[in-house]
Write a protein that binds this ligand. Structure first.
Ligand code: ATP
Length: 227
């Protein structure tokens, strides 16, 4: 059975900055398997966000390719790419990006509505997910009525709503105090064992590495395994 969810081969990215060419990285290979959590650490400007954007098909590589569920992003038209992203990928960012005028539950329901899921089934799954992240009493609160940690829990529930093959997280605890950050780390770790999904987490927080299955450092354009 093929356990590979997301993979990139010989990936490189250059930016044209005026007359200068910026080589962010050259020839990156990475494989993400089902049920595995992988971390990428690296200093500011090392290219972590650029790599995540390429893996998510939000940006195109200069050379090399990225395959999600064995299909190359570059072989898909825009509409198919958006559909695949909505169905197969979940995203959690440092700042939660919740829609402020919608409740916690509605925010979690949104990706399922976009995917065309039956409303009753979506509601059931949304309530279940918010229960799993410890927010069953906060379903109808708006983001402004929630704490930072609670908002990040809603963002995590939203990322899992379409049961994606993989979840990409960019500094998911970067905006939280230490205690809340630990709670969120424990939650992600718990969800990793509950769902057979791949998690890729970009982080500055090296404490997170202890429960990761694998970890890499992105430095000077090279991805070095550190776990
Ligand atoms: N659109 C762009 N045009 C030119 N250069 C860019 C562009 N986007 C990013 N860069 C450069 O590419 C490099 C990698 O940027 P990136 O944002 O991926 O780093 P990062 O590791 O995510 O940093 P941080 O941890 O600070 O968010 C940086 O040197 C940045 O200045």
């Amino acid at each position: 059975m093929n356990n590979v969810v997301l993979e990139c081969r010989a990936l490189s990215k250059q930016y044209q900055d005026g007359k200068q060419i910026v080589d962010v990285f050259r020839s990156i290979d990475l494989t993400l398997n089902k049920g595995q959590a992988c971390a990428i650490v690296g200093s500011s400007g090392s290219g972590k966000t650029t790599l995540l954007n390429l893996l998510a098909g939000l940006d195109l590589a200069t050379t090399g390719e990225v395959k999600l569920a064995n299909v190359s992003w570059s072989s898909m038209k825009d509409a198919k790419r958006s559909k695949m992203r909505n169905k197969e990928m979940g995203f959690v960012y440092q700042f939660h990006h919740l829609l402020p005028e919608f409740s916690a539950l509605e925010n979690v329901l949104m990706p399922m509505w976009i995917a065309g899921m039956n409303k009753k089934e979506a509601n059931k799954r949304g309530e279940e997910l918010l229960g799993q992240v410890g927010l069953k009493d906060r379903l109808h609160h708006k983001p402004s009525q929630l704490s930072g940690g609670e908002r990040q829990r809603v963002a995590i529930a939203r990322a899992l709503s379409n049961r994606p093959a993989c979840v990409l997280m960019d500094e998911p605890t970067g905006n939280l105090d230490e205690t809340t950050s630990l709670e969120i780390q424990n939650l992600i770790n718990e969800l990793k064992t509950t769902y057979d999904m791949a998690f890729l987490v970009v982080t500055h927080d090296e404490k997170m590495l202890s429960w990761m299955d694998s970890a890499y450092r992105l430095s000077q354009g090279v991805l070095q395994p550190i776990k």
